[in-house]
Design a protein around this ligand. Structure first.
Ligand SMILES: CC(C)(COP(=O)(O)OP(=O)(O)OC[C@H]1O[C@@H](n2cnc3c(N)ncnc32)[C@H](O)[C@@H]1OP(=O)(O)O)[C@@H](O)C(=O)NCCC(=O)NCCS
Length: 238
């Protein structure tokens, strides 16, 4: 494996070349979707592409934000609405993803390391992340506030993605119970999920970390994430 991490400034032609890594409904948080192009247009040096040789295998997005030290419940939505503007203090990791064949090899630790270097290079004080816990999908009925406390016998966090962050020295700050919100009509949800939602009520949907609730024919999904904070190493003097 010849792993390289480059910025969007260096390789803008890579945008749009990765296969979709997400369940379709995840693309329909309106707050996030309307901000997304700005990540690449306004903050291109904060967006990363992961390559194995010349093969594109993953990506990561970060955003410099003004943060007062309070982890907001609406994690990702907060980051893209209230985060930008003013003199940034902190780097906020928005997302990281690898194509399936490249998962489980520790590559994400390298990507997170590169993100914290990015923060240091821009003089930011720490890196925060509304982390999407990988295995919460298996426990959609468990409140996120309970799930974040789950640990294995070796005391490490139960969730593998939260665990990776913790191993790198990140501190678990708080749950972000309403990190993203996706709302759609019954027809839209049926198209996004290939399921049927014949009546109002709560449904467990593959890929969703909490149930989708239908009321009056409108389905709402509120995605829970977990705020974590990575320390930043001071840049080495020349
Ligand atoms: C989340 C993600 C970036 C993690 O990257 P990664 O390089 O696979 O992470 P790691 O190799 O450090 O694995 C982390 C842990 O998950 C486990 N794991 C991850 N992917 C796995 C897989 N496909 N099969 C088995 N275990 C896996 C690893 O064993 C490890 O656990 P450990 O503490 O027991 O070693 C990657 O799984 C991914 O792209 N997932 C889909 C997108 C996503 O959910 N992103 C996160 C939200 S922003």
């Amino acid at each position: 494996m010849r792993l390289r991490i480059v910025t969007h400034v260096e390789h803008p032609e890579l945008r749009g070349k990765l296969p979709d890594l997400w369940p379709e409904f995840m693309h329909h948080d309106e707050v996030v979707s309307s901000f997304w192009p700005q990540l690449y247009e306004v903050y291109p040096d904060f967006q990363l592409w992961v390559l194995d040789g010349r093969r594109l295998v993953g990506y990561a997005c970060t955003l410099p934000v003004v943060w007062d030290g309070v982890p907001q419940p609406n994690g990702v939505d907060w980051a893209v609405t209230e985060g930008p503007g003013g003199m940034p203090t902190t780097l906020c990791a928005i997302v990281a993803g690898l194509v399936p064949q490249y998962r489980g090899h520790g590559i994400s630790a390298v990507v997170l390391g590169r993100m914290t270097k990015l923060a240091a290079a821009h003089g930011l004080d720490s890196m925060i992340a509304p982390v999407r816990p990988l295995w919460k999908e298996r426990y959609p009925l468990t409140p996120i506030e309970r799930y974040v406390d789950w640990r294995r016998e070796d005391e490490l966090l139960y969730d593998p993605w939260l665990r990776t962050h913790e191993r790198l020295g990140a501190e678990l700050l708080a749950a972000a119970p309403s990190s993203m919100t996706v709302t759609g009509t019954r027809e839209q949800w049926e198209e996004w999920t290939s399921l049927q939602f014949p009546e109002d009520g709560e449904y467990v949907v593959p890929g969703a970390l909490a149930p989708v609730r239908f009321e009056g024919g409108t389905g709402t999904y509120v995605e829970p994430n977990v705020w974590m904070r990575h320390p930043i190493e001071e840049p080495q003097p020349f």
